[in-house]
Design a protein around this ligand. Structure first.
Ligand SMILES: [Zn+2]
Length: 252
């Protein structure tokens, strides 16, 4: 079980280190920095879900985006000790709530056609699954995050069902001498986002052995995004994504 400690400090980027990327610096405000770091972790788990579906050739019944959200919650639940897991989930939910904005207004029409469920649906879904994984310990969290009363009863079942599906397809993926893992792209050490992801990569490599390597990198993308590329077997977390989270937090 892991305990989250974001090491904030002064990061010095040495000139001439060979990359022209923006280097995202976590803000000094601890709450804001934790929000960004937690959401980057939750998003990384989601993108890993896409990566696992690809390299393990997992059949997807339903929306792949929902399956990836589910894996993200499972990993938060399994890997972190309770307070840190709850903090990551809360940040993840908060990001969906902030993206959803004013829920009394109808979403933009394009949101209905998106591959992702609506932000507000994703909000309730991750809160429900996280609560359902450990209802005794998480009732107050569910109440604080305004999961409707009528929803509480079905969440343990929803979690068990989703968990059973992921467990079934992840059977036999323990790392061995013959399997591959996640690797960080070269030359990113010292970049705060890359260092954060490197810890997750090390953690995931204790759990998953893969038939192919998946590379993880931080990059300038020209858009606020994080994505998995099946053709390159790469998870990319865009600097703009972290900047967008910072703006989202500061817009409250
Ligand atoms: Zn996705």
């Amino acid at each position: 079980m892991r305990r989250f400690m974001l090491a904030l400090g002064v990061w010095v980027v040495v000139a001439g280190c060979g990359h022209a990327e923006t280097v995202f610096q976590f803000p000094e405000d601890q709450e804001e920095a934790d929000f960004i770091a937690n959401e980057v972790i939750a998003t990384f788990y989601h993108e890993l879900g896409h990566g696992l579906i690809d390299v393990l050739e997992i059949p997807v019944l339903g929306k792949e985006e929902d399956a990836a959200d589910t894996l993200s919650v499972i990993l938060m639940n399994d890997i972190w000790e309770e307070a840190s897991a709850a903090a990551i989930l809360t940040s993840d939910a908060k990001a969906y709530a902030l993206h959803a904005g004013d829920t009394s207004a109808a979403p933009d029409l394009s949101a209905y056609a998106d591959v992702h469920s609506l932000d507000i649906q994703r909000y309730y879904s991750v809160v429900c699954l996280f609560y359902g994984a450990n209802p005794e310990a998480r009732k107050q969290l569910a109440v604080d995050l305004e999961l409707p009363d009528y929803k509480l009863d079905s969440c343990p079942y929803e979690y068990e069902s989703a968990r059973g599906a992921w467990d079934a397809v992840l059977q036999g993926t323990e790392p061995t001498a013959d399997t591959y893992g996640l690797v960080m792209a070269d030359g990113q050490e010292g970049m705060p986002l890359a260092d954060l992801l490197a810890e997750e990569v090390a953690s995931m490599n204790e759990h998953f052995g893969l038939p192919q390597e998946i590379t993880v990198k931080v990059a300038d993308c020209g858009e606020a995004n994080a994505f998995y590329s099946p053709s390159e077997k790469t998870i990319t977390l865009c600097n703009e994504y972290a900047q967008d989270l910072q703006q989202l937090w500061e817009s409250q």
